[in-house]
Design a protein around this ligand. Structure first.
Ligand code: TXA
Ligand code: MG
Length: 320
């Protein structure tokens, strides 16, 4: 946990008076407000132009706080909380009445998470309420992994941005719940499927590319740059799009391409490290979105470690 600096005190004061503050987490930056204050929650939906049927994740200081807001935790999900909190895991649990229906978009379960960032953990310790926080990006655009990403799109909507540097994980949390005794992954994310299965055995992964009316954040086209993007094998794509007029930008896993200007390409991890690739993914997408290329060609990663979650975000970004 971090020392209580002026920035944390200021954030706490603003949040206590009902204002919104962008907070750093290890996954992505969140657009936070008091989860128990309907007015603040409404303001979150408004300022990121988010439809009210897309529920918000509630952030807590520690596992001890969970029981204030949920009815119970099934054993399997408790095991996951013990293994991964604080961390990039969100659990869907039966909510208590104290959580406004607005937060869960009227659903019976609330998504809860104990984030692992020293500033935000200290902030949550200071507050006597939990923080509802979606990713701090305009609805449908790429999630922010730095304070300047937040400033760029939502600076005007926010009372303050608590700057906690670059996000360590860089992908949103993995969302897990249970239905009829079966553990289900609703959204792939910063904790890999393999790591979850080591704790609870085989899980069901909800089809990630289809639309899921329960959770619009899992809709196909999401996390998307403004430029069109295609995903696949880079050699094939470069062949296919070699006559693209203004040129292409390249998002590769580890390779670089001597024939393409350096400013129009990003390798996510030249050493092939999946954690590093995840950490760099969203800023790479933003960077390539700002180039003069007309099209982004992105490489599909092997589906191991965080490769599966990275591919999920790339697929959504490519879906139109
Ligand atoms: O890592 C993260 O999860 C980040 C940081 C800020 O914590 N937050 C995040 O929030 O990605 P957001 O709002 O961008 O995505 C949350 C998604 C929603 O779109 C929805 O699909 C799902 O979580 N979700 C939240 N509460 C839910 C609920 N009660 N039932 C079903 N799905 C829920
Ligand atoms: Mg989001």
């Amino acid at each position: 946990m971090a020392e209580i600096g002026k920035d944390i005190i200021k954030s706490a004061a603003l949040l206590t008076s009902g204002e919104l503050v962008a907070i750093p987490t290890e996954t992505v930056y969140g657009l936070a407000g008091n989860a128990l204050d309907e007015k603040a929650v409404l303001q979150i939906f408004k300022s990121k132009n988010r439809p009210s049927f897309d529920p918000l994740i509630v952030h807590l200081a520690g596992i001890d706080q969970v029981y204030d807001y949920v009815e119970f935790i099934p054993d399997e999900l408790k095991a996951l909380a013990d293994a991964f909190w604080p961390g990039a895991l969100t659990l869907l649990l039966p909510k208590k009445d104290i959580i406004p229906d607005l937060v869960t978009s009227g659903l019976g379960r609330v998504g809860v998470r104990v984030p692992n960032h020293p500033l935000t953990r200290s902030l949550l310790e200071l507050l006597d309420f939990p923080l509802a926080a979606p990713s701090a990006n305009p609805f449908g655009y790429i999630s922010p992994t730095s304070a300047s990403h937040v400033q760029h799109h939502l600076g005007k909507e926010l009372a303050y941005i608590l700057d906690g540097g670059l996000c360590e994980v860089g992908l949103e949390s993995t969302i897990v719940g249970m239905e009829q005794g079966q553990v289900i992954i609703y959204r792939l994310g910063g904790v890999s499927v393999g790591a979850i299965e080591e704790v609870v055995g085989k899980v069901l992964i909800l089809p990630q590319s289809s639309s899921n009316p329960q959770s619009p954040g899992m809709l196909k086209s999401h996390y998307a740059p403004r430029k069109p993007m295609v995903l696949g094998d880079l050699d094939e794509l470069m062949q296919q799009y070699q006559h693209e007029k203004e040129g292409v930008a390249i998002l590769s896993f580890r390779r670089s391409f001597p024939d393409i200007p350096a400013s129009n390409q990003v390798a996510l991890s030249s050493s092939g490290d999946y954690d590093e690739a995840a950490r760099n993914l969203f800023s790479a997408m933003r960077e390539l979105d700002e180039t003069n290329a007309t099209l982004i060609l992105a490489e599909e990663l092997p589906e191991i470690h965080l490769g599966k979650a990275i591919n999920d975000r790339l697929r959504r970004a490519a879906a139109k």
